[in-house]
Design a protein around this ligand. Sequence first.
Ligand code: ZN
Length: 328
Amino acid sequence: MFPNRVLNKTGSSILSFVALLVLTVAGCSETNTNEAKNSVKSLKVQETTSSQTGKTKIVTTFLPMYIFTKAVTGDAADVEILVPPGTEVHEYQATPNNVKAIATANVLVKNGLGLEEFLENTVKNAQNPKLAQIDASKNIKPLNQISPVEKTAKEEHKHAEGNPHVWLDPVLAKQQVINIRDGLIVADPANKATYEANAANYIKQLESLNNEFEQTLKKTPNCTFVTFHDAYPYLAQRYKLKQLAVVEIPEDQLTPVDVKNAVNAVKKYKIKALFSEPGVDNKLLTSLSKDLNLTLRPLDSLETGKTDPQYYFEAMKANLQTLETACK
Ligand SMILES: [Zn+2]
């Protein structure tokens, strides 16, 4: 995803928010003061009620962490998400509401491996000494050497702690669910049985997804593909495919020379498939697709999508189908 695009989106939503605010304030008159007071009161009452549900409050960082956590808790805990789906996680800037959410939470679930760069300061600002933190990537060995393709000019999206996209490998996703489950049992032992049962059920589905991937992709060994951003090295390694990560660059800063260099670099390899992301229109990928005479298909990195825990399987099965078609 392009930071610029996200900025534009945020900019326009701030504008419309301000417009709305002006309208609301303009519509307010003296006679409405009581009404306003009442609504403030009812808001406070609501807040007290929700904290009185007695449920453990869990904040998660971005979509896959929300999905896995919700799969483990079901309705046994209150689960929130800090980075709204559709907002870029790699270069996310925390909001005051994020700080507030962490300040009042019992547990924080993160992907780790340096993905959530915004988190360190946000947690510091929240000053919540009782916060338990779960690193979902605990005990997962990160991949550093991602692709054999030489790097292009821009490297905005560098990860100091290795590649963080472990959730896109169903086997590592299972490890993340186990880490989340075990962390939640320590933080909220009263719901141990629920967390164990829910996690077992979800893990069973992850195992069957892994089987499906294995059975399907063993027919196309070493299929080499190019992606929009380097989200699939774990998936590629797991199923013996090869990912070239040459296109990890914000679109707006690409020069024709950048595009040409990248096209030439990629031409050295036997590329079977070319993947974009849902809703992404990338100049470099379009050039590559023309030059290599390959169809550009969308692959979902699950950094945005539906918050239903079953969405993971929906998106990953669609990805498998795309991989199968493209690698044939
Ligand atoms: Zn990513």
